[in-house]
Design a protein around this ligand. Structure first.
Ligand code: SF4
Ligand code: FES
Length: 249
């Protein structure tokens, strides 16, 4: 198939960016979206033009790197998939596709489609961990029983890959779905009990410091999340945060 691509090009954080138009031909239905950009980039390199910078690593929906907005949707059309899992069969011959970076003040553009999502790392470092005593013998994995329902819900929360699509989808650029998934992952398990109070307070504090917006209960975050992280996590984070605030007084 033959496609027209309108891609955001921006040399660096401070440069003026603009949409540029490219044509690609002989794109197979079976190619992934990133492979389609690879085809364009090979052509650009052959012409001594600057290839389009975009983030990727695993290319199988695990690492959360492939952040871009396709035709106005973070990770493009299709539910529960990342950009690297999107295939060209979702598009038609002759289509025009708009490709932009995730847009949020807390995710400054580094180049073209690459944004700096280190704000997420700093939120995670503020409280997204558990303390384990590693001296002595290794504790048996089954020594701390976890109710099956809690284990399953914690696992669902832990599937958040930190991609940032929730922030890009939100009109307020809120990171609450990401933070709530990371807090829930530990709040539901006995292993997360030790830092439970500090975790909710510190991760929310860091989220606010990074300049993410507030949640106004629109729900676009969950609708666009490639891992279908549920809004229930946000309700749980609110409970965790309120309870931690009361206990710290
Ligand atoms: S909650 Fe979903 S959209 Fe947000 S960072 Fe996690 S996986 Fe990505
Ligand atoms: S490249 Fe890893 S999730 Fe897309």
């Amino acid at each position: 198939m033959k496609l027209t691509l309108k891609i955001w090009r921006q040399k660096n954080k401070n440069a003026h960016g603009e949409m540029k138009t490219y044509q690609v031909d002989h794109i197979s239905d079976d190619m992934s979206f990133l492979e389609m950009i690879d085809v364009l980039n090979e052509e650009l390199v052959e012409k001594n033009d600057d290839p389009v910078a975009f983030d990727h690593d695993c290319r199988e929906g695990i690492c959360g790197m492939c952040s871009m907005v396709i035709n106005g949707q973070p990770h493009g059309p299709g539910k529960g998939i990342t950009t690297c899992q999107l295939h060209m069969r979702e598009f038609n011959d002759g289509d025009t596709i708009y490709i932009e970076p995730f847009r949020a003040d807390a995710f400054p553009i580094i180049k073209d489609l690459v944004v700096d999502r280190s704000a997420f790392d700093r939120i995670q470092q503020a409280g997204g961990f558990i303390s384990v005593n590693t001296s002595g013998n290794t504790i048996d994995a089954n020594a701390i029983p976890v109710p099956k329902e809690n284990a399953d819900t914690a696992f669902d929360s832990a599937t958040c890959i930190g991609c940032g699509a929730c922030v890009a989808a939100c009109k307020n650029s809120s990171a609450i779905l990401f933070v709530s998934a990371k807090v829930s992952q530990f709040a539901l398990l006995p292993q997360g009990e030790l830092e439970r109070k500090e975790r909710a307070l510190k991760m929310v504090e860091q989220m606010d410091k990074e300049g993410f917006g507030s949640c106004t209960n629109i729900g676009d975050c969950a609708a666009e999340c490639p891992k279908e992280i549920s809004l229930e996590n946000i309700a749980r984070l609110n409970r965790e945060y309120i309870s931690a605030t009361i206990k710290s007084k």
